[in-house]
Design a protein around this ligand. Structure first.
Ligand SMILES: [Cu+2]
Length: 330
């Protein structure tokens, strides 16, 4: 081809590629004639605000006692992990995630773990600085363990069962978030807690459709559901109300056991992100931050005007599997 013909062909190709694309059709035959309605960044339908989500995402108030007593029981429980999907979970207090714990730097945490389950379990507090060989030991069925520790570093931290194989105990639901407030409180804000995690499922034997862990899917890094606070899409099905413009603080923990959370709020920029510890060296003006498996971060932002704002892991295959929610700003 002569050079000038080559140039014309290139121009035509560029024009074809940059002209307005035709929307995909549902059948592959006909173009869409209207934009799809009620979608949250394309991953999950925006549901009703008439009822709250199954798991309340609001953070509790900071601790007021300098001695914080925590007593958890480990037990098996069937929990909902997606609409119509029940899972045979291993739990702290019958919930996945376990209860959110909130303490303040310098408190004494008085912790008791009672094992009501059929196998050994344990507790690993990422917020503690303590000998695992003393505190994170296995508790046999019917037995208990008690120890005290003092939180020294403010931030939001994972806690989880540390019994081997740890991936199995975490994938079955044994984790939660622990907030350590600094001695000098952060400024007032609307506060929420989100724990991201995965479920790897197969139908359990002798049950009517209840799911249980598929170990090979876990080792193959192929989760069926990726969730915030234990249930796929629950905050898209039941959006979270906030006021437009008000300061928002999000405590985000990634329990995994395998997938990093590329945490992002569509339509917002984080004014401040505390990477684990609350220090003077927070990141400012960032769009997406990876929360590592086993890590926690505190995100501060606001929603500029009334509307719906999805929050996601920006690893969008994972958002498609359920790690998406909606803030509805009024
Ligand atoms: Cu366990």
């Amino acid at each position: 081809m002569r050079p000038e013909r080559c140039g014309i062909a290139l121009l035509l190709l560029v024009a074809a590629c940059t002209s307005h694309p035709r929307a995909p059709s549902t059948t592959g035959q006909e173009p869409w004639t209207a934009a799809p309605a009620d979608v949250s960044h394309g991953e999950a339908a925006v549901g009703t605000t008439a009822a709250p989500a199954p798991v309340d995402p609001r953070a509790s108030a900071p601790s007021t006692s300098r001695l914080v007593k925590i007593r958890f029981e480990t037990r098996e429980a069937k929990v909902a992990i997606a609409p119509g999907v029940l899972y045979e979970a291993w739990t702290f207090d019958g919930r996945v995630p376990g209860p959110v714990v909130r303490v303040t730097v310098g408190d004494t945490v008085d912790f008791t773990l009672v094992n009501r389950a059929m196998m050994p379990h344990s507790m690993d507090f990422h917020a503690a600085q303590i000998a695992p060989s003393r505190a994170y030991t296995n508790v046999m069925p019917g037995d208990s363990i008690h120890y005290r520790w003092m939180p020294e570093v403010p931030g939001v931290f994972l806690y989880h069962c540390g019994t081997a194989p740890v991936a199995m105990h975490i994938a079955n639901g044994m984790y939660g978030a622990l907030i350590v407030d600094p001695a000098r409180p952060l400024p007032p804000a609307r506060e929420f807690v989100f724990v991201q995690s995965e479920f790897y499922t197969q139908k359990a034997a002798d049950t009517a459709g209840v799911q249980q862990l598929d170990w090979n899917k876990l080792l193959g890094l192929g989760p069926d559901h990726i969730v915030f606070n234990g249930i796929a899409n629950q905050y898209a099905d039941h959006p979270i109300h906030v006021a437009a413009g008000e300061p928002i603080r999000l405590y985000v923990v990634d329990a995994g056991p395998n997938r990093v959370s590329a945490f992002h709020v569509v339509g917002a920029i984080f004014s401040r992100v505390y990477v684990d510890a609350v220090t003077a060296h927070a990141w400012e003006g960032v769009q997406t931050v990876d929360v590592p498996v086993g890590g926690g971060m505190i995100f501060e932002t606001h929603l500029a005007e009334p509307g719906t704002y999805p929050f996601v892991t920006h690893a969008f295959a994972d958002a498609t599997k359920g790690a998406v929610g909606i803030f509805e700003a009024r």
